[in-house]
Unconditional design. Structure first.
Length: 478
């Protein structure tokens, strides 16, 4: 009799056993499919999410070169008789605006934001501060208590993109504010001095020659700083006033000069190529390009971790499934020794008997494959979400430990803000790293290959019993 037909008759005759095998195979293949779907989704997410998070390249003063230049100048001054009256200061190197615009035209730049700062004194209003006891107080207005922060746009500034600062009234600084005196002040500064959108504030800037100039700023927006802690910082963040970078250049008398630019990459994987190309347009002895791919690397690492978990699920379940089904087939083979012995006695080859078992198992696995395909996407969505949440939670715990260990009294404000930014990155990744678990034809083919492998391994495990069959001895025993 044809062994394929015989396999069908056996499956139909033993309905209970067939149903049990189908359920077992469906469960095994469901877990394998879940692993395959999550693995493929995680690998795809690692490719797309990293680019959506992006990386940043910062153009800034080469502080090491500036420090060496100051030391050299100090050595020269110390040898002269009037060294006490001409103490050198560290030079803030700049580059031209035209050079920055040329770099911004490179293909991998999604956006860029120019930033510069100037320390000015409040005139006609009071700056915010806290004394050592944590009680509110006021700066002496002769001091440079106000930090004038020039930006291309507040929307592109890291303090606002991270969520630490939020516009509460009015608007932020826009590109249209170029060459204007428009400003955005903090909520605390506005409340303390009864300022509102449309008010005018005056600041004073004293240059290195002790010449003082006065500038009027028009308030077009008010922001709230959700991370400021004045008790932990010498200069209260609430005293930061945002303007267009051209206003700071006017105050410092450095027209068309730029000291700090942040370039956001369109493709994070091409960051190093951008740095290499941009270096050609700057004086590397005075300026430097540094890439910050923390978010990019963190996203890729978390997605790769999820993919690794899924890969382990696939292998563990595949091996376990082969062992389970193999054990079941071996037990079934022992129960069917009499049937197999009669078939061999009638002249049926042992290979065809193994073929019958293989066909039976293929039919069972095919039905299980259909069940796993029908329910795999729902299960993979639940498991995938759990894996992503665990990965993000682990990353946040690592960041909390690092920030806690790295906080030092002299840099509490910077450490706190950096800790918030890291937390913001991890928190936002919960949305950016959601896995799109979709069953594709490729996934079904992969699962079919796994099912075939399980069938081969299972029947191979039972083959030793079939190949050792001796019909005469079986019939005599019976």
């Amino acid at each position: 009799m044809n062994f394929i037909k015989r396999a069908g008759i056996t499956l139909w005759a033993k309905k209970g056993r067939t149903l049990l095998l189908i359920v077992t195979a469906a469960v095994i293949l469901l877990f394998v499919m879940t692993g395959l779907i999550i693995q493929n989704a995680a690998l795809q997410a690692a490719k797309t999410a990293t680019n959506s998070v992006g990386s940043t390249v910062t153009l800034s003063t080469n502080r090491e070169a500036a420090f060496k230049a100051m030391q050299s100048e100090m050595s020269s001054v110390s040898s002269s008789s009037n060294s006490g009256s001409n103490r050198p200061k560290m030079t803030e190197y700049t580059t031209s605006l035209s050079a920055v615009e040329k770099i911004a035209q490179l293909s991998n730049v999604a956006s860029y934001n120019i930033t510069n700062t100037a320390q000015v004194a409040a005139s006609g209003f009071s700056a915010i501060t806290s004394d050592n006891s944590g009680q509110g107080g006021q700066f002496n207005n002769d001091n440079a208590a106000i930090s004038l922060s020039g930006v291309s746009t507040t929307a592109g500034n890291s303090d606002f993109t991270s969520g630490s600062n939020k516009i509460k009234n009015g608007r932020g600084i826009e590109t249209s504010d170029k060459n204007s005196n428009n400003a955005v002040i903090s909520q605390e500064l506005a409340k303390s001095n009864n300022l509102k959108v449309g008010s005018t504030v005056t600041v004073k800037y004293t240059n290195d020659s002790d010449d003082t100039s006065t500038y009027k700023l028009k308030v077009v927006g008010i922001y709230a700083d959700t991370t400021s802690d004045s008790a932990d910082s010498f200069r209260d963040p609430a005293n930061t006033i945002y303007t267009n970078y051209t206003m700071v250049n006017t105050v410092k008398n450095t027209p068309d000069q730029v000291s700090n630019v942040s370039f956001t990459m369109a493709d994070s994987s091409k960051t190093q190529a951008f740095v290499k190309a941009a270096t050609k347009d700057i004086n590397t002895k005075q300026m430097q390009l540094t890439s910050d791919s923390t978010a990019y690397e963190q996203t890729a690492k978390q997605m790769q971790t999820v993919a690794s978990y899924a890969n382990k699920i696939v292998w563990v379940v595949t091996v376990a499934g082969a062992l389970i089904l193999g054990l079941i087939i071996i037990l079934m083979t022992r129960e069917r020794r009499h049937e197999s012995g009669i078939l061999v006695a009638l002249g049926e080859s042992k290979i065809k008997i193994l073929g019958q078992y293989f066909v039976e198992l293929i039919v069972i696995l095919a039905i299980g494959l259909g069940i796993a395909t029908a329910s795999g996407q729902a299960m993979s969505g639940v498991v995938g979400k759990q894996l992503v949440n665990q990965s993000i939670s682990a990353a946040q715990n690592n960041q909390t430990g690092t920030n806690g260990a790295g906080a030092v009294p002299g840099n509490m404000q910077a450490g706190g803000r950096q800790g918030f930014n890291n937390h913001q990155i991890s928190g936002s990744l919960a949305n950016k790293q959601s896995l799109q678990t979709v069953i594709t034809p490729g996934t079904i083919l992969e699962l079919g290959g796994v099912a075939l492998l399980i069938a081969v391994l299972s029947v191979a495990g039972a083959s030793s019993t079939i190949l050792r069959l001796q019909p005469k001895k079986i019939l005599q025993d019976d």
